[in-house]
Write a protein that binds this ligand. Structure first.
Ligand code: SAH
Length: 687
């Protein structure tokens, strides 16, 4: 079966219809899934195995048969562990068909077909009885249904149902329990992902301050979890205001309730400060005694030597509804609310009785009302709050603005028109071109600029002279930033929009940025390589079927394509010097023919070349550029500092080479092609 999926091309902006076979979603799912990452998570695997062995022994010691229910079996790994540990029979449930098929193959290959029955169903559809999927209820419940927030993948309703219908009372559970921990912190960096800070602009007639609208100030933000690799957050970027506190725990061996509820703990700040953020992570105890624990605790809570890198479980950042000044030693109450799938927090100052009632009222999860949190994701908030970046734009705008400028800004939800207004003389006219309904006018209202800056809601190709009051544009500006961009070069949409509005531009128009360049560097990743690396065997079980499946899915569409990753979270070292590989001249329209380049890079440092990183730099005005990728390269070791607000493109090489001899550096040849019709960048590397 084929389906046609319509989408706006992120680079060219044009609508296109893609023919998708029914396998497309499967391949996407598998290629992008975290199965490989889980199989590489040694700490997790070893502890599950220990916990499963202990549970099987306990059941056997009671003289019972060990009947295992493994919900969400994936590759079948945990069922195979149970069977090896002596379980009499395992029911391995997997809802995702391609995975269930893979599990059947893997189980067979490892010789467990007589002990493990793979059932391709959602656990809530599984039946028990002589004619059912399961002959009888199980007495060991094994699952791995957790996400970074613990419950985001539906663990609670699944457990609730399993205890009611699929397992015996008093069953063993692996894991036995999960505990969620929190720590209250102050962090300007993390707070800048939710709040818009006032922007200070030194104008000719004094300092101007761009203030965020009250709607944005008071907005609860987004309900979705903010999960990050907290271990990459330097301790200088936050200040802990409380000890680590147990927030709540769930015993998986007893009936579980998924209905909304809340938990409250008392906190005594260890230091005075501004409470803004709740950092959170969890651990799972694989056995009742708590001797086998797998923890997500960050580096300052446990020794770095014990850290296991993993991407499928990270840590959570929760934003308090508002910043709260707290004093060392004062009594505070932190409340965690949860529904079936998510968690959120609020902080109360003492007076517990009155607050008790309030807690019951405030059980609705945060939902963005101001729309800014829908328009700008969290990294984008961080970017807008980045004062260094703002300064570059201010400097560049100063250079290009004249007293009689007529400006047009093309960027999603950009503050550039406001900056330009403050910097320019009063006659300057500004137009902002929007074609997505963004309700952005509130920013202009909050700063009394509604009559100074005109929002045009039209697609660039539909712009009419009347929109511009029959004026020609003398300064065209853009950051550029578009919400539809996934890969760095998708923001080249600015170039396409600029091309579409060409007839409205004055002959001597200034375009800011005047050009962009694509840069590339070969790197060795500290850990990220794992997500693409085959596993072979996992705790002694042959999982090559899974490796092959991932490889097939990657080859299905992904080959010769890069993928976006925020590299501040994924350290790497450079093996080559950064190179500029393509340039895009925004003073001219998009050319008809493709832009291509070929060349080679020398691997000047010792290491494993896992792939190439690509990013864009925008050249705003003479000598003023902003990078969305590499910010700094420390030359001795090749450590890279990446722009923390942007995702960079990573192209994983199909095979890894080790560069050794520095006197005769290995070269990697590349061919990169930007197809101006499709807006796609194809690349090929030869090692
Ligand atoms: N148990 C494997 C895989 C864990 S990933 C391992 O530990 O390596 C979780 C898997 O559970 C996914 O494949 C997902 O499709 C499946 N899943 C999640 N909830 C489920 C449910 N309620 N019923 C059946 N499968 C489920």
């Amino acid at each position: 079966m084929k389906t046609f999926c319509g989408r706006a091309n992120p680079t060219t902006g044009s609508m296109e219809w893609l023919e998708e076979g029914e396998d497309y979603d499967y391949h996407q799912e598998i290629a992008r899934s975290r199965y490989a990452d889980m199989l590489h998570d040694k700490d997790r695997n070893v502890k599950y195995y220990e916990g499963i062995r202990a549970a099987v022994s306990r059941v056997k010691e009671r003289g019972e048969k060990a009947i295992v229910l493994d919900i969400g079996t994936g590759t079948g790994l945990l069922s195979m562990m149970a069977a090896s540990a002596g379980a009499d029979f395992c029911y391995a449930i997997e809802v995702f068909k391609p995975m269930a098929n893979a599990a059947v193959k893997i189980v067979q290959k490892n010789g467990f077909s007589d002990k493990i029955k793979v059932i391709n169903k959602h656990s809530t559809e599984v039946t028990v009885g002589p004619d059912g999927d399961m002959q009888c209820r199980a007495n060991i419940l094994v699952t791995e249904l957790f996400d970074t927030e613990l419950i985001g993948e539906g663990a609670l309703p699944t457990y609730e149902h399993a205890h009611k219908y699929l397992v015996q009372e008093g069953c063993e559970a692996v894991p036995h329990r999960a505990t969620v921990y929190i720590q209250l912190v102050e962090s300007t960096r993390m707070w800048s992902w939710k709040k818009l800070f006032p922007v200070h602009v030194e104008a000719e007639d004094g300092e101007k301050i761009l203030v965020p609208p009250s709607e944005v100030e008071n907005c609860p933000g987004l309900p979705s979890v903010c999960d990050i690799q907290l271990n990459q957050m330097p301790s200088s970027d936050f200040s802990t205001l409380s000890d680590v506190v147990k927030m709540f725990s769930v015993d998986f061996s007893k009936p579980v309730q998924s209905a909304s509820t809340y938990y409250r703990v008392q906190l005594e700040p260890v230091k005075s400060g501004k409470a803004q953020i709740v950092l959170s992570w969890w651990d799972i105890d694989m056995d009742p005694s708590g001797m086998i624990t797998c923890t997500m605790a960050p580096y300052w809570v446990k020794p770095t030597s014990a850290l296991q890198w993993r991407d499928h479980w990270m840590q959570c950042v929760y934003f308090l509804p508002r910043e709260e000044p707290v004093l060392q030693g004062e009594k505070l109450y932190l409340t965690a609310y949860r529904d079936e799938y998510s968690v959120w927090y609020s902080l109360q100052k003492a007076r517990a009785d009155e607050e008790e009632d309030k807690a019951d009222v405030c059980v609705e999860s945060p939902v963005c009302r101001c729309r800014a949190h829908l328009l700008w994701n969290r990294p984008r908030f961080g970017e807008l709050n980045d004062q260094n970046r703002t300064r570059q734009y201010i400097k560049a705008l100063r250079k290009v603005l004249k007293t009689d400028s007529v400006c047009l800004c093309i960027s999603d939800g950009s503050l550039l028109p406001v900056l330009a207004h403050y910097l320019g003389a009063k006659q300057v006219q500004y137009f902002v071109l929007f074609f997505r309904s963004l309700h952005f006018s509130l920013f202009f209202k909050a700063n009394n600029l509604e009559d100074k800056i005109k929002i045009i809601e039209a697609r660039p190709e539909l712009l009419k002279p009347s929109h511009l009051e029959d004026k020609k544009i003398s300064v065209l500006v853009g950051e550029p930033f578009f919400t539809t961009s996934l890969l760095p070069w998708h923001n080249l949409y600015f170039w396409y929009a600029r091309t579409a509005v060409s007839t409205h531009l004055a002959s001597n128009v200034t375009v800011l940025p005047h050009s962009a360049s694509l840069h590339m560097m070969v790197v060795e990743f500290q850990d990220l390589w794992r997500i693409r690396s085959p596993c072979g065997t996992c705790e002694g079980f042959d999982v090559r079927t899974m490796d092959d499946m991932i490889k097939d899915s990657l080859n299905f569409r992904e080959s010769k394509e890069a993928e976006p990753h925020p590299l501040w979270e994924y350290p790497c070292k450079s093996l080559s010097e950064p190179q500029e590989v393509l340039t895009f001249d925004f003073t001219k329209t998009v050319p008809q023919q493709c832009l291509s380049t070929e060349g080679s890079v020398k691997l000047s440092r010792k290491g494993k070349s896992h792939g190439a990183v690509l990013w864009m730099e925008y050249h705003l005005a003479a000598d003023i550029s902003v990078s969305t990728g590499l910010m700094q390269l420390s030359n001795e070791k090749g450590n890279c500092e990446w722009n923390p607000h942007c995702k960079q493109a990573v192209y994983f090489f199909s095979s890894v080479i080790e560069s050794e001899i520095l006197s005769d550096p290995t070269a990697v040849t590349y061919a990169i092609n930007f197809d101006t019709k499709t807006g796609e960048i194809a690349m090929d590397f030869k090692l």
